[in-house]
Design a protein around this ligand. Sequence first.
Ligand code: C2E
Ligand code: MG
Ligand code: MG
Ligand code: MG
Length: 287
Amino acid sequence: AAKAASKGCYRVFDDAMDRREMRESSVRVELGRAMIENQFSLHYQPLVDARSGAFESAEALLRSQSAALRDVSPFALIATAEASGQIVALTDWTIETALAAAARLENAPVAVNISPVYFRHPDFVSRIVDQLLAARVSPELLKVEITEGVLIDNLDSARQSVDRLRELGVQVYLDDFGTGYSSLSYLQHFELDGLKLDKSFLRSVGDRRKTNQIIRSMIDFGHSLDMRVVVEGVESDWQARLLQMLGCDLLQGYEIGMPMPLDDLMIWRAGHDATQWQNPQPAMRDA
Ligand code: C2E
Ligand code: MG
Ligand code: MG
Ligand code: MG
């Protein structure tokens, strides 16, 4: 009976695997179709300066109009595109589109998420240079967001890429910071423009005082390495106020502004009242 039961388990497992593989391959096909048919768009989420309250930049986030991909999260889309290699063409398109947005936003940088697969592409930096030249956009108006894994995997080549980008003037931010690795020693090999603390820090359900201490320590840590610190996932007014008191540099989250089409962001910016997010006590951490 035990054998039969375990055999039964295997069957269920196999079916689940088959379904997942089928789903992945159909997502892959739909992804290719969506790329050909121009069914992707970018939404832009504003970041504001935690001191002045002013609009500082926008993060480009992938969205799909294709009905077949409607229920597939950006996260799953990216994973499939990475596995299939489609991520290279998709990221080329993303950078091109985001740079056109930066040109329209005039003097506000746009941030693009760079998949590890794209970052490790041997032509990574020259592809970015080509794109900047083609778009005639100043490198200062591009931020790239990378994750810890790409830095740790291959310290030497990752440092070369990061340094070359920063020499050009492109800003490099470390995304989802604090979710992956417990060791921070790899950071001694890099100079980066900023850290983005993952939104899970604000979601913690434990001891409020401890949570605040941890966020404060992360912010101080970023500053000690000359980085600007963004906290993402700001969903309430009190969180924004708290982060200002803790010395956070940039705020991002639904409470500040949702990810939205570029036209909507232009309207959002035109109506943005910086005093709403101005830090009432800017001197508190300066003293
Ligand atoms: P991310 O880079 O950390 O982007 C922030 C994510 O948090 C976005 O999810 C955004 O919509 C969401 N978010 C923003 N504010 C809030 C908030 O206040 N509360 C909550 N709960 N969420 C908030 P999204 O758009 O679903 O993207 C998920 C992830 O997919 C991104 O995380 C990024 O890792 C990846 N991704 C998105 N677009 C691209 C892309 O063009 N290329 C690559 N390689 N990855 C992308
Ligand atoms: Mg990001
Ligand atoms: Mg993030
Ligand atoms: Mg992420």
